[in-house]
Each structure stands twice: as C-alpha cells, then as structure tokens.
Design a protein around this ligand. Structure first.
Ligand SMILES: *[C@@H]1O[C@H](CO)[C@@H](O)[C@H](O)[C@H]1NC(C)=O
Ligand SMILES: *[C@@H]1O[C@H](CO)[C@@H](O)[C@H](O)[C@H]1NC(C)=O
Ligand SMILES: *[C@@H]1O[C@H](CO)[C@@H](O)[C@H](O)[C@H]1NC(C)=O
Ligand SMILES: *[C@@H]1O[C@H](CO)[C@@H](O)[C@H](O)[C@H]1NC(C)=O
Ligand SMILES: *[C@@H]1O[C@H](CO)[C@@H](O)[C@H](O)[C@H]1NC(C)=O
Ligand SMILES: *[C@@H]1O[C@H](CO)[C@@H](O)[C@H](O)[C@H]1NC(C)=O
Ligand SMILES: *[C@@H]1O[C@H](CO)[C@@H](O)[C@H](O)[C@H]1NC(C)=O
Ligand SMILES: *[C@@H]1O[C@H](CO)[C@@H](O)[C@H](O)[C@H]1NC(C)=O
Ligand SMILES: *[C@@H]1O[C@H](CO)[C@@H](O)[C@H](O)[C@H]1NC(C)=O
Ligand SMILES: *[C@@H]1O[C@H](CO)[C@@H](O)[C@H](O)[C@H]1NC(C)=O
Ligand SMILES: *[C@@H]1O[C@H](CO)[C@@H](O)[C@H](O)[C@H]1NC(C)=O
Ligand SMILES: *[C@@H]1O[C@H](CO)[C@@H](O)[C@H](O)[C@H]1NC(C)=O
Length: 438
C-alpha cells in the first residue's frame, strides 16, 4: 500500500481549505455533462476483505477529490483529498490508514471492518471550481461463525414439557432457518418460530420430536449450519423383548444368539442372567449397542433365564425372562457320570478303607495289651523320623504275623477320564480290594 503523501504546501493556503471556502460560496451545481455515481465493489463486503468505492464519470475537467465519512461534506469527517495536477494527498481526521484514493477518484478500503459500514460522500471539484457531491453506501458484514443450538431443558419429559431451542449467537442482518431430520421447518400447531426465526418452541414434546435439529444462519456474505442437536425426550420405557435363535441348545456344539428388541430410541440396554447382571466372558459377547448377546459355544452353566433391561435417564423396563436349556450328554463312558463298575469299585474301596481302619484299631488295641515295650516305643516316637517309622513298621508287620488277624491287598486303578468335569480327581479312582482272612 502506498501511503498517501502530504500535500505540497509551498507557502500557499492548503487547497482543500480553499475548496471548502469555495463550497461555502457556490451553489449545488447540476451536472451539465456526465452523471457522477458511486458503486461499491463488491456490493456486500465480508469483514476483513477489501472494497472499492468506484467513482464513475468523475474524471472530466476535474481539479481534485475529497472523500468524507457520512452523508455530508463536513471538515471533521474528511478522510482524504487528492489534487490531480500536483498528485498531492492530504489526510483528514477520519483517515484510518486503510484507505487509498486513486487518481480517478475511487477509494479503496483495505481489511474492511464492520465499523466501515455506512455512507461515504465524494466531493468532486472541477477546474472551474464548481463542485459535485455524491454519496454512496458501504456495507460490511461479519463472516458468521458456526451457530450452536441451545435448549431451555436438556431432558424434557414427553407430553409434559415445552422446549425452546435457540440458535446462537444473535447477530444483525442475519436470517435464521431450522431443519429437523433434514427437513425445513415452519410454523405449525405443535411448534412455533419466533418472528426472527431464531427461537423454536416445541409444545408438549414427544419422542418423535427427538430430532436431530439444525439451525442455519445466513447473511449477505456467509451461510453456515450448526451441528445436529438431538433432544433427549424422556418417556416411559416400553418393555423390551428377548428373542433367541434357539432356546434348547447342545453343550459345546451350539452357538446361541439372543436379541433384545425394543422400539424405544435413545435407550441403553443391559442383560440379566438369573436376575443378576450378566457377566461377560470369552464365549459370551455383546454387540456394541448391547442389543445382541452371543454365546459361543454354549455350556451347561449358561442354562437359565435371560432378561434385558432398557433404560433412559428417567425410566427402565425389563423384558420377560427367556429360558435357555442346554442339553448335555450323560451317557456311560462319556465325560459325564460314572460307570456302574466305577461306582461298585468306589463302594468296595470305601468298605475296604473302613475294614482297614477297624483292623488298625484292633491291632493297636491288641498291641497295647501285648507288649509294654512296644507301647513305650509308640509314645516315645510321637515326633519320630523316617527310620523310626521303618523300624516301627517292621515291628508292626511282625505283630501282624503274630496276631495273624488279616491281610489286605489294595489295587488302585485310575479310570480314563477325558475331561475334568467331575468334582474331584479322587472320585475318579476305582479301588478294587480284596479282604483275605487267614
Ligand atoms: C456516466 O454518465 C452518463 C451520462 O450521464 C450516464 O449515462 C452513465 O450511466 C454514467 N455512468 C455510470 C457508470 O454511472
Ligand atoms: C479507478 O482506478 C482503480 C485503480 O486503478 C481501478 O481499479 C478502478 O476500476 C478505476 N475506476 C474506474 C471507474 O475506472
Ligand atoms: C485486519 O484488521 C484486523 C482488526 O480490525 C486485524 O486484526 C488484522 O490483522 C487485519 N488484517 C490485515 C491483513 O491487515
Ligand atoms: C468504530 O468506530 C467508532 C467511532 O467511529 C470507534 O469509537 C470504535 O472504537 C470503532 N470500533 C472498532 C471496533 O473499530
Ligand atoms: C440432508 O440434505 C442435504 C442436502 O439437502 C444432503 O446433502 C445430506 O446428505 C442430507 N443428510 C441426511 C442425513 O439426509
Ligand atoms: C409463527 O407463529 C407465531 C404465532 O402465530 C408468530 O408470532 C410468528 O411470527 C410466526 N413465525 C413465523 C416465522 O412465521
Ligand atoms: C422465517 O422462516 C420462514 C420459513 O420457515 C420464512 O418464510 C420467513 O421469511 C422467515 N422469517 C424471517 C424473519 O426470516
Ligand atoms: C399440552 O398439554 C397440555 C396438557 O396435557 C394441554 O392442555 C395443552 O393443550 C397441550 N398443548 C398443545 C399445544 O398441544
Ligand atoms: C410418533 O410418530 C409415529 C409415526 O409417525 C406415530 O405412530 C406415533 O404415534 C408418534 N408418537 C407420538 C408419541 O406422537
Ligand atoms: C444362531 O445364530 C448363529 C449366528 O447366526 C449361528 O451361528 C448359530 O448356529 C445359531 N444357533 C442355532 C442353535 O441355530
Ligand atoms: C414395536 O412396534 C411394533 C409395531 O407397533 C410391534 O409389533 C412390536 O411388537 C414392537 N416391538 C417391541 C419390542 O415392543
Ligand atoms: C452395555 O452394557 C454395559 C453394562 O453391561 C454398560 O456399561 C454399557 O453402557 C452398555 N452400553 C450401551 C450402549 O448401552
């Protein structure tokens, strides 16, 4: 930008003063020739951009130009003057540094501000010192920011509350427009727009009024739309329904898919198993919205009642329980149950154990009576080491021979079990025993 330079005074009266003096003496001069006009280019100016106030038909027989703020020629409103023959500029009191005058009389505004909006007056002084005055309008508009929607009630209750949505911010020379579900909105029985369309009132909201809403602001230099705004209308949540692709499934083989069906929107879902919050596992997964529960593969412990609960901020509702039955194979030789032989073995083993204990008790009783030395040794060896035990058991076997009460033979045999489904490994042992009386 070429800054306007100071005029060359050369000891003379500044020429714009002269022009003002002349203007006091002369009358409005109707143009004999071409009509001077002012045109704003562009017509509507976005804040921050440049605008030219074009002076048309202003160059013929012209001595100089003076631009003023406002609709009148007032010395204290002078922006700049230009004299063609000397190419001299003079800044006036309202010169901001962003204005530039051209030799053809046009005035450029750089980096226009909203404050620049208004009337501007050009005085053209002809060579015969007659003057022409013409006024033009400059309109500078802000580039609108993206609007936002505010609500008077974040969680309105269905059929009760009236919701007032406002498109912010409020700016001048702005038209407002509303959209619901991408459809343009206008006044109706259930909704009302304010006169400037900036606020939208929804009477007795229903869940159908959830939205999303968008508001659009527009001025001569910009148009922008808000992000979608969704109303969280609280209603009594309807009972959801649990559905499964099968309610009788086979352990280890089947995958079961349970679905929570609800017509309510904006509800969150959770699952209950036998009345308790469902625990998730590697095999038990939920979809992202919790609407679908997949059990893969199903196990016998998955048998039970499934419910889903739909809730929103105000309410919740549980589905009726859905019973899932899990079939599992209980045939002999399979992973479940014991064979008849194994059961018989366990019974015999237990009986043999009882017999052994009885035998030991009897033996100890006999020993107590039979030898005081043995008795002493037994009491001395309460904290015996292994050798003592060895020694002791030798004596024990001698006693057994002596008493010739009984001999016991045990055969422990582990049955082949493919799974660990049984409660304890000891129960899988089959004990064959033989009780021999000498
Ligand atoms: C210039 O003046 C002539 C004659 O008055 C007029 O017809 C014409 O429209 C003017 N030009 C502009 C751009 O105003
Ligand atoms: C005056 O001069 C400026 C700068 O050279 C130019 O942009 C503008 O169009 C001119 N005005 C007219 C009316 O020709
Ligand atoms: C335009 O004016 C604004 C303030 O009015 C200022 O912040 C900005 O830097 C200016 N831009 C230019 C390019 O001069
Ligand atoms: C706008 O202009 C007025 C006077 O003309 C001044 O007081 C005010 O500070 C200006 N505002 C801005 C933002 O430039
Ligand atoms: C909404 O309408 C606009 C144009 O009218 C379209 O580009 C946009 O995809 C629509 N959005 C939806 C979600 O339908
Ligand atoms: C909507 O209707 C109300 C009440 O009748 C009225 O005040 C308002 O100006 C109307 N708004 C529009 C945009 O027509
Ligand atoms: C308000 O919106 C309606 C259409 O929805 C439009 O006809 C009317 O002109 C708008 N009023 C204002 C003041 O923008
Ligand atoms: C809103 O509901 C109230 C009470 O149910 C009713 O009196 C009123 O007429 C309703 N208003 C509208 C606009 O439907
Ligand atoms: C919502 O809209 C649907 C379909 O238009 C209608 O069947 C239903 O009754 C409406 N619900 C309410 C609460 O207005
Ligand atoms: C249930 O649906 C899933 C996925 O569609 C499928 O893999 C599974 O085999 C189905 N289960 C039954 C028992 O039909
Ligand atoms: C959803 O609505 C339809 C139609 O009204 C109905 O047939 C269906 O049972 C509803 N589903 C649930 C889960 O309420
Ligand atoms: C899904 O359920 C879990 C609890 O099981 C809950 O924390 C989460 O918010 C739910 N997600 C949705 C989308 O409802």
């Amino acid at each position: 930008m070429e800054p306007p330079s100071a005029p060359a005074h050369r000891g003379h009266v500044p020429w714009h003063r002269l022009l003002l003096a002349v203007s006091l003496l002369s009358f409005w001069n109707l143009p004999a020739t071409a009509q001077i006009t002012i045109e704003s280019v562009p017509f509507n100016v976005a804040e921050g951009s440049d605008v030219l106030l074009l002076a048309h038909n202003a160059t013929e027989d012209t001595l100089g130009y003076s631009w003023y703020r406002g609709e009148r020629v007032e010395n204290n409103q002078l922006i700049v003057t230009y004299r063609i023959d000397t190419q001299a500029y003079t800044q006036g009191p309202t010169f901001s540094g962003r204005e530039r005058i051209y030799p053809n009389g046009s005035l450029l505004f750089q980096n226009a501000t909203q404050n620049d909006t208004g009337y501007y007056t050009l005085m053209v002084t002809k060579n015969d010192l007659q003057r022409e005055i013409v006024t033009g309008l400059l309109r500078v508009y802000p580039v609108l920011p993206r609007p936002i929607i505010t609500s008077n009630n974040p969680n309105p209750v269905e059929h009760e509350d009236t919701v007032v949505l406002t498109c912010e911010p409020e700016t001048q020379h702005t038209t407002y427009r509303w959209w619901i579900n991408n459809q343009s909105l206008s006044n109706s029985t259930r909704l009302q727009l304010s006169e400037d369309n900036r606020t939208l009132t929804l009477f007795n909201v229903t869940r159908n009024d959830t939205g999303p809403y968008e508001c659009e602001t527009q001025n001569p230099v910009s148009a922008t739309r808000s992000d979608p705004f969704t109303l969280n209308v609280i209603h009594p949540v309807a009972k959801p329904i649990v559905e499964a692709n099968s309610t009788t499934v086979t352990e280890h083989e089947d995958t079961v898919v349970l679905k929570c069906l609800t017509n309510d929107t904006g509800v969150s879902l959770r699952w209950l198993f036998n009345g308790q919050s469902l625990l998730l596992a590697e095999r038990i997964k939920l979809s992202q919205d919790n609407g679908t529960l997949t059990i893969e593969p199903v196990r016998r412990e998955d048998a039970g009642n499934y419910q889903c609960e739909a809730s929103n901020l105000g309410n919740s509702n549980k589905s009726d329980p859905l019973r899932l039955d899990v079939k599992f194979d209980s045939a002999p030789g399979s992973s479940s149950g014991l064979s008849g032989g194994a059961i018989a073995g366990i019974v015999i083993g237990v009986l043999a154990g009882v017999a052994l204990i009885a035998g030991l008790v009897y033996f100890l009783f006999i020993r107590k009576i039979g030898g005081a030395s043995d008795q002493r040794q037994l009491t001395e060896n309460k904290s015996s080491d292994f050798n003592h035990i060895q020694d002791h058991s030798d004596k024990l076997s001698k006693k057994i021979d002596e008493v010739t009460y009984s001999s016991l033979n045990f055969n422990a045999q582990e049955s082949k079990k493919p799974t660990s489904a049984l409660p304890s490994p000891s129960a899988t042992e089959t004990v064959y025993s033989e009780v021999k009386k000498k």
